[in-house]
Design a protein around this ligand. Structure first.
Ligand code: KIV
Length: 271
């Protein structure tokens, strides 16, 4: 890896840059990241957004779910990622039970921003109360609808959400309400491609899909899944980008380019 992709004009992407990408129809590429070395590599390839996901509980810490992840864990990994990037926008998950009230959400989001150096926090579910409270205090928020891994003990399994018309209508209504509460971005996980297309078309904020079809404004994957180094089975909506790559860097670049050119996900990786 070298430093030649940066020049004197290189600066951190902002939430406004991501909004401008949506408006001009440029796809937003996003990968999860958990440490400084991968952060630098991902940043070098030109990936727009890095998500310090609470998926780190599974892929880094070896837990069976994301539930054991603490705010302290998230701050540590967020700091590692933020330290090493020059351009990519960095956001991080508020972990399980860290936003059970708006005041708690603000306390923990402040830690992620002040100590972890992130530009936005992400939270799961239709938590308009928390979104509005955070946004009122200058904390950008990304919503997360569809499959909500923090609710695994209620859901029972990681299956596609929003297939029944009533469930789809609820996800559409929740998406609008999150936008109205001030969310600056939305992640849609494991929903039918047609539903994600409809939501992406209706919302003015960027919609980033994972298992949500090619018509979202951008795509995110768990880094270890797309490098095929996960300790659990790779989900159907992910893809092994190492298959035709001679290095980790070229696999990440192939993913970035496939997202930008709307070549990923294909129908094979969609529902
Ligand atoms: O934690 C995570 O990696 C995520 C993605 C699956 C969107 O939230």
């Amino acid at each position: 890896m070298n430093q030649t992709n940066y020049d004197s004009t290189t600066k951190l992407l902002t939430v406004n840059d991501l909004l401008a990408m949506k408006r001009r129809g440029e796809k937003i590429s996003c990968l999860t990241a958990y440490d400084a070395s991968f952060s630098a590599l991902i940043d070098q390839t030109g990936v727009d957004v890095m998500l310090v996901g609470d998926s780190l509980g599974m892929v880094v810490q070896g837990h069976g779910t994301t539930l054991p992840v603490t705010v302290r864990d998230m701050v540590y990994h967020a700091r590692c990622v933020s330290n090493a990037r020059h351009r990519a926008f960095v956001m991080a998950d508020l972990p399980f039970m860290s936003y059970s009230t708006p005041a708690l959400a603000a306390k923990n989001a402040a830690k992620l921003m002040q100590l972890g150096g992130v530009q936005m926090v992400k939270l799961e579910g239709p938590r308009y109360d928390c979104v509005q409270f955070l946004v009122d205090q200058g904390i950008p928020v990304c919503g997360h609808l569809g499959l909500l891994p923090q609710l695994i003990n209620q859901l029972g399994n990681y299956k596609v959400q929003g297939k029944a018309p009533a469930d789809a209508a609820k996800i559409i209504a929740d998406a609008h309400q999150l936008q109205e509460a001030g969310a600056g971005m939305l992640v849609l996980e494991c929903v039918p491609a047609a539903l994600a297309k409809e939501i992406s078309g209706q919302l003015s904020i960027p919609v980033i899909g994972i298992g949500a079809g090619v018509d979202c404004d951008g795509q995110v994957l768990v880094l270890y899944d797309m490098l095929n180094i996960g300790i659990t089975k790779r989900p159907r909506f992910s893809k092994n980008f190492m298959q035709n790559a001679d290095s980790i860097e070229s696999a990440i670049l192939a993913y970035h380019q496939a997202v930008k050119q709307a070549q990923f996900p294909s129908s094979q990786e969609s529902f």
